[in-house]
Each structure stands twice: as structure tokens, then as C-alpha cells.
Design a protein around this ligand. Sequence first.
Ligand code: 2HA
Ligand code: ZN
Length: 277
Amino acid sequence: MKFIDSEFVKKMCEITNELYKHGWDERNGGNVSLRLTQEEVNRFNDLNDPIRNIPIKFDASALAGQYFLVTGTGRYFKNVHNYPERDTGLVRITDKGNSVDLLWGFSDGGQPTSEFPAHLMTHISRQKIDSDQRIVMHCHPTNLVALSFTHKLDEASVSRLLWKMQAESLVVFPEGMGIIPYMTPGTNEIGQATADKMNEFRIVMWPHHGIFACGDSMDETYGLIETVEKACMIYTAIQSQGGNILQSITDDDLRDLAKSFGVTPNPRFLSTETVNS
Ligand code: 2HA
Ligand code: ZN
């Protein structure tokens, strides 16, 4: 079987197209990486000798030998589903960790996303917590970015707000959302700050820019972003209706929800004691 026909490439095409259609990845915004196992790579007969070697600007030796299908720098998500072999690439991290071998894709000379440091550093953090970790996804959800201008940038208050915007939020992200300060995109510094937050969270807000999310599958990771953005959209709608909240989900309601769905809310954001509201 050829890699182009694989479920990995198909899923990458589907998700980048969804992200584009939601308006969360204008122009060349957004990037996705998907880890493949050695067994998965072995299934394809066109992934043999490296096509070329691409240097990277940080130490990824903790991931030496790992394979990632990743979107390319400067590529438009509106195009990926039509040109996956040009706009994405399958790379293997070299033993030294300062470059990657390209095994497939980036057919016009392309390279991995400018946010590759944040992706790989996040993969490193999450693999220590979850051996099934596979996906890192970055995009620019409109209502989340808007909220980062109008709401206090405090993890507890933003997480609690999003939990209370709909019954689904707490169940989908009981650990809440991490927030880093505004930083320059594409740098190792923003990558490290993101990866540090990923020790506690699966979603991290980049104020005035977007979101980073991770998970075991494309659907789960995409679903995390969808749920966060839906909560932010409800907040936007409330503000546009005058912002006057007459009734809401209380802290006790959140505790009941957690009990009923068997999730543990981040204790820094919600005490386990039943008090009230
Ligand atoms: O890939 O979204 O953060 C383009 C970006 C940079
Ligand atoms: Zn971005």
C-alpha cells in the first residue's frame, strides 16, 4: 500500500479541511502533527530511504526514531485535502535530535510547520503522562481569541467560565485550560512554555492568537477544540445579549456533573466540598 492512500493521510486531509471550514485557520494559520508507530510505518512499501534531511532548531533527541506526519510551514489548510503530498510530510526524528529525515511528502521542497518546536516539545511532555499520545493541533478559534482580549487571563477563572457555559465542558476537559502569556509565535520559548503547561493540561490558550491541544486521536483532539470554542461562542452570544446572567450552572452543579460522569475536576479550580454556588 502507498502512504498517500493511508488512513493517516485521509484523516489529516479531513481534519485540516474541517479546521479551515470553521474559519479557525485562515491563510496559512494552524498546524497539526500525528505520531505514527514503527509498525504502522512498516505497512507502506514507499517509505524506504530518506528523501532529504531537514535541520531543526532545538533538541528533539527525546523523540529520536519517532515518526510524525506534519503540516508544512506556510501551507494553507484550505488546500491540504487536495495536495497532501505537497502540503504535509512524514518525518523521522534523527538520533541526534537536531534534524529530521523526510520519508514522504513536502514534494515541492517544503518543511515542517514553524510551530514544530511547540509540537515536538508537547509530544515530549505528553508522552511522559500518556503513552498513547499521538496528536498535537494548533488553530485560531475566533471566539477563544476574542475572549483573550476581554476576559481576565487567569487559568482558574477562564476554566470555570468555560465549564459553566455548557454542561459538556467539564466532562470533556475536567483539568481545565492552561494559559501562557502572549509570546512570539514560532519560537522555542513559546514551545517550551506550551509544553510546560501540557504537563497539567491538554489544552493551552495562546492569548490573542489561538489554542494548542493534544490527544490520543484526531477526533478526540479536534473534539477538545470544538468544545472549548463552543463554550467561548456561548460566552460571546451572552455578551451580545447584554451580558446579564440571570441563572447559571453552579459549583454544586459542576460537582454533580463530575460525579455522574466519573471525572475529576482540577482541584485548583473547583473545591470538592459541597458549599454552594
Ligand atoms: O502555522 O498558526 O502560529 C501558522 C501559525 C503560526
Ligand atoms: Zn497560529
